[in-house]
Design a protein around this ligand. Structure first.
Ligand SMILES: Nc1ncnc2c1ncn2[C@@H]1O[C@H](COP(=O)(O)OP(=O)(O)OP(=O)(O)O)[C@@H](O)[C@H]1O
Length: 346
């Protein structure tokens, strides 16, 4: 009889907003025990998943599965690049950009079924000043928001939306010099995003044409805009057509040098890091094995797929607003109750 393939599940207990115990129950119920021998490890701190995954790759396990979001995936995947150990994903983050790009289902049960099928693809990854990223990286407003988000103390899409709306009102675009393929260009930009994958997460497609297997970075520059541009930019971000906006410039390259006037924050897969004036971004072709669904091959999405993506984006936004309104209503009601209590005491 063939030996069972070893799979290590790494759980980030603080990712996203959902509890992970139910996911563990589903793994116990659904994982193909004929095929796989499983173990589960919880992370204890930021950076811990890098160490665990690196150990598992040395042991030669078949796959390490991230139960978390893009930050957890980043920590695991950076230890798996150029090894024989594949990355698996059960999406449990706030944005889940890489999982969504790969069309891995958001429902954990269905994501477990994909692991049971066990189809493996080899994808590209990027480096920003030697720090690996798998989804997107960038400078400017999105990096600035990732820094605020990391300090927010609680995670989830609501926190992200709050931060984004609040911060965009105060943010000042910077001037950047970009060197790529022998030419240098200057841009005043609100943000510069480099996509290995097409989206930040939550179906927000900042690099809509990006594919994970072309050996190229998809660079999106958002130039300064006015409040009048916000509705079309938001619509196009979720409609996968932001590259058609007049405030957007896009290009593809293998390597990019970004020069800015002062050091500052960058983000890699949504996590912030301080870097200097010069930032080198490059793509490394076919460096990571990933367990994928059968549909991933059809990356050139058709109109129906785009419509579905758009509806999903709207749904997500709707949920965020409903959650926000519910929370605000609760705060108003609680305040009202307090005031009534005070009044009745007088
Ligand atoms: N046990 C832990 N305690 C505190 N932080 C942790 C722990 N394990 C991992 N982390 C950190 O948690 C951060 C957030 O995780 P992750 O990005 O997976 O979730 P998310 O931000 O909710 O989802 P997404 O990135 O998809 O938006 C990671 O950067 C990781 O370093």
């Amino acid at each position: 009889m063939d030996e069972k393939k070893k799979i290590s599940f790494i759980i980030n207990p603080i990712s996203g907003t959902q509890g992970k115990e139910q996911v563990l129950k589903w793994i116990d119920e659904r994982l193909d025990k004929e095929k796989y021998a499983q173990e589960v490890v919880y992370t204890e701190r930021a950076g811990h998943a890098v160490e665990i995954a690196s150990q598992k790759a040395r042991e030669g396990v078949h796959a390490v599965v991230a139960i978390g979001g893009d930050g957890t995936i980043n920590e695991i995947a950076r230890s798996l690049v150029h090894t024989q150990t594949a990355l698996g994903i059960i999406p449990c983050g706030s944005g889940n950009g890489l999982a969504r790009h790969l069309q891995i289902p958001m429902e954990p049960k269905k994501a477990i079924d994909i692991i049971n099928e066990g189809l493996i693809d080899v994808i590209d990854y990027g480096k920003i000043n030697e720090v690996p990223f798998f989804c997107t990286c960038g400078v400017g407003f999105d990096a600035f928001v990732s820094l605020k988000f990391s300090k927010a103390g609680r995670r989830g899409p609501l926190t992200y939306l709050e931060k984004t709306l609040l911060e965009s009102l105060k943010y000042r675009p910077e001037t950047y010099e970009l060197e790529m393929d022998g030419s240098t260009l200057r841009y005043k930009a609100f943000l510069i995003a480099c996509g290995n994958a097409s989206q930040y997460g939550n179906n927000a497609y900042i690099a809509p044409q990006a594919t994970l297997t072309d050996g190229l970075l998809d660079v999106t520059i958002l130039e300064p805009f006015t409040v009048l541009d916000v509705p079309s930019l938001s619509f196009q971000l979720f409609n996968k057509t932001i590259d058609q906006n007049s405030r957007i410039k896009t290009f593809r390259c293998q390597t990019l040098r970004i020069h800015r006037s002062k050091p500052g924050v960058v983000h890699f897969d949504g996590d912030p890091m301080m870097m200097g004036n010069n930032i080198d971004v490059k793509i490394i072709q076919k460096g990571l094995q990933v367990i994928v669904p059968r549909t991933t091959g059809k990356e050139a999405s058709n109109v129906l797929q785009r419509a579905q993506d758009y509806i999903n984006g709207l749904k997500q936004l709707n949920e965020i607003f409903v959650e926000d309104i519910t929370q605000k209503n609760k705060m108003i009601i609680d305040k009202g109750k307090e005031q009534i209590k005070k009044l009745t005491k007088i």
